[in-house]
Design a protein around this ligand. Structure first.
Ligand SMILES: [Zn+2]
Length: 279
């Protein structure tokens, strides 16, 4: 055999391995409340527990694990030739803070609301759901997220109160202290899918789509610096901290979602020295 012939044979053997598996890797810790990013071959399709996930041209995909999820998550990547790679990922449990308060007057547990207020809340929820339900091909979620405000953390994701035996909704995001007017910087890039200055519970409400069903919702804002349809870059000031809606004082409440699954934003943020509480 000639040298050229041998080289050709070897090249073919390495270039066309029979049924090569697609690459498959996971970038984030798989824990309750986590957004989990993965990477596969650009030509592969991906499922998570049987649900098919969008895969970007660069092979990026994402899903989230609900706060109360227990067990494993199975991710399978399949190439056009049918070869596949799979990962069985055990989900790490977390201990969320649960507080029981009994003996409250019942109207503090379930405050009575007029039909008008109930209708308004329903309209608010519908608009927020629609803004979060955008399924764009953006891949801003692949960025390393940054803190939107520098204040101290005053409320963590997933904490829950049980009032007179009635479990209230777990805290859906991260609360960061800040004076009214403090700029809120985009923690990652995206496109603005909702601005509403005055929702019943959430007051000034801004939703940013980061792609593949991942969104950020910022609430209690005093103002916005962007409008619906604007593309924003990471670090860009997009809004101002406030105490609008049902807030006890000025702070940023930042929620993240994968469609309707709640994500803990703090899991995506770099550790930092906790700023000192103002005297
Ligand atoms: Zn909050």
């Amino acid at each position: 055999m000639t040298r050229t012939g041998l080289t050709l044979l070897l090249t073919l053997a390495f270039a066309l391995p029979a049924n090569a598996e697609p690459t498959l890797s996971i970038r984030d810790d798989v824990t309750q409340g986590a957004m989990v990013r993965g990477q596969t071959s650009a030509t592969a399709t991906v499922t998570m527990n049987g649900r098919s996930l969008p895969v970007s041209e660069s092979g990026a995909f994402v899903f989230a694990v609900a706060r109360a999820y227990e067990g494993d998550v199975t991710v399978i990547a399949t190439d056009a030739d049918g070869s596949s790679a799979s990962l069985k990922l055990p989900v790490t449990d977390r201990a969320f803070d649960v507080q029981r308060i009994d003996g409250l007057p019942q109207d503090k547990v379930t405050p009575p609301k007029t039909k008008e207020v109930q209708d308004r809340i329903w309209r608010d929820v519908t608009q927020i759901r629609k803004a979060r339900g955008v399924e764009s091909g953006r891949i801003d979620f692949t960025e390393a997220f940054i803190w939107p405000v520098d204040g101290i953390v005053t409320g963590v994701f997933g904490s829950q109160r049980i009032l007179n035996g009635t479990p209230k909704s777990p805290h859906s995001g991260l609360d960061i202290a800040g004076d009214t007017g403090t700029p809120v910087n985009a923690p990652a890039g995206g496109v603005v899918t909702l601005w509403h200055p005055d929702m019943y519970y959430t007051g000034g409400t801004l939703v940013v789509d980061h792609g593949h069903g991942i969104s950020s919702t910022f609430i209690h804002l005093s103002d916005t610096l962007v409008k619906e349809g604007d593309v924003v870059k990471q670090g860009q000031p997009i809004a101002k901290v406030g105490a609008t809606g049902r807030a006890t004082g000025p702070h940023l409440h930042w929620s993240m979602n994968w469609d309707e699954v709640r994500i803990d934003p703090q899991l995506l943020l770099p550790d930092r020295d906790e700023p000192k509480e103002a005297e």
